[in-house]
Design a protein around this ligand. Structure first.
Ligand code: PBG
Length: 341
């Protein structure tokens, strides 16, 4: 036998059973812990919250058990526990009851709900990162993320003008990152330009770069109260088609060029391949959004006794990290922080 053949055979033998037994490194907790590749820590999480006007007001969200729309005072109490447990970031979603119109003018009112929430959180928790949603859906009568024409089509460039005003409004109130979730073309560049022009050099942009037109957003639309406004309309002419993967790469390339600091993929679990591809292609910080429908499914199954909530939740979080996410937006953030303690 030639040397090469011998080498091949011995290599083969060494690399197979019984010399190799994969279960050795799984035999006991200590070694499983030592070889664990991915971990969830408090430093991975952003907690999305729903806030409304008033005081001492709490409205439970039926399709998101455990989550509520809270007035600012009650929100601060919830955040108090979360910050003590190590929460790094909060995502703000306003529930606008009155003040909706066709042009979403309330979204850049300097005395509006979001600027007041930002200031209240910054005052009480100066080290907590504040991430605000940039999109018009809480403010429009029709529930679309932008300004529509007479056929209901969302107009890109006019919408961008309003998104820029909204981003500047949040920045001036003290937001750390503005997070455009609207999927208009060109908005990242326009927002970056405006932030620079107004001296907000350190206000970052976390772009919902690859955001899909997903049915998993259902409970969120109940939570912010846009479901009824949207009615039977959909968001297919701006959010991405769930069938597409390459298109996500085109989206992120554009957002990087326009000045995004962090990229987001949304939803999470059904789009893990996109999380992986976006991380591989960009080498940027990548966030993933474990969205309302994903949260609702896990809650519903566990409330029926069909899934173990805590462990299924942590497995889901690990899958995000394994796929390449650096940051996870999840309604389960406070529960995870408690589990980590
Ligand atoms: C709105 C927005 C949505 C979510 C975040 N920002 C809903 C939508 O696009 O219809 C979804 C979040 C979730 O489902 O948890 N621009």
């Amino acid at each position: 036998m030639t040397r090469v053949k011998l080498l091949k055979r011995s290599k083969m033998q060494n690399l197979s059973y019984p010399i190799v037994r994969m279960r050795r490194n799984r035999q006991a907790k200590f070694i499983r812990n030592l070889v664990q590749e991915n971990h969830i820590t408090a430093n991975d999480l952003i907690y999305p919250v729903f806030v409304l006007d008033g005081t001492n007001t709490k409205e439970d969200i039926l399709s998101m058990p455990g989550q509520s729309r809270l007035s600012i005072d009650l929100l601060l109490d919830v955040l108090d526990e979360a910050v003590k447990l190590g929460l790094q970031g909060v995502g703000i979603f306003p529930v606008i009851k009155d003040n909706k119109d066709n042009l979403a003018t309330e979204c850049y009112n300097p005395h509006g709900l979001v600027p007041r929430v930002i200031k209240a959180i910054k005052t009480k928790f100066p080290d907590l990162g504040i991430f605000t949603d940039i999109a018009l859906d809480p403010y429009t009568i029709h529930g679309q993320d932008g300004i529509i024409d007479e056929n209901g089509y969302v107009l890109n460039d006019i919408t961008n003008e309003v998104l820029v005003k909204q981003a500047l409004c949040h920045a001036s109130a003290g937001a750390d990152y503005v997070c455009p979730s609207d999927m208009m073309d060109g908005r990242i560049g326009l927002i970056r330009e405006a932030l620079e022009a107004h001296g907000y050099h350190n206000v970052g942009i976390m772009s919902y770069a690859a955001k899909y037109a997903s049915k998993y957003y259902g409970p969120f639309r109940d939570a912010v109260g846009s479901a009824g406004n949207l009615g039977k309309a959909d968001k297919f002419n701006y959010q991405m088609h769930p069938a597409n993967g390459d298109e996500a790469i085109r989206e992120i390339v554009l957002d990087i060029a326009e000045g995004a600091d962090i990229l987001m993929v949304k939803p999470g679990l059904p789009y893990l391949d996109i999380v992986y591809r976006v991380k591989e292609a960009s080498k940027m910080p990548v966030a993933v959004y474990h969205v309302s429908g994903e949260y609702a499914m896990l809650k519903a199954a566990s409330q029926n006794g069909w899934l173990d909530y805590d462990n299924t939740l942590m497995e889901t979080m690990l899958s995000f990290k394994r796929a390449g996410a650096d940051i996870i937006w999840t309604y389960s953030a406070v529960e995870i922080l408690r589990l980590l303690k």
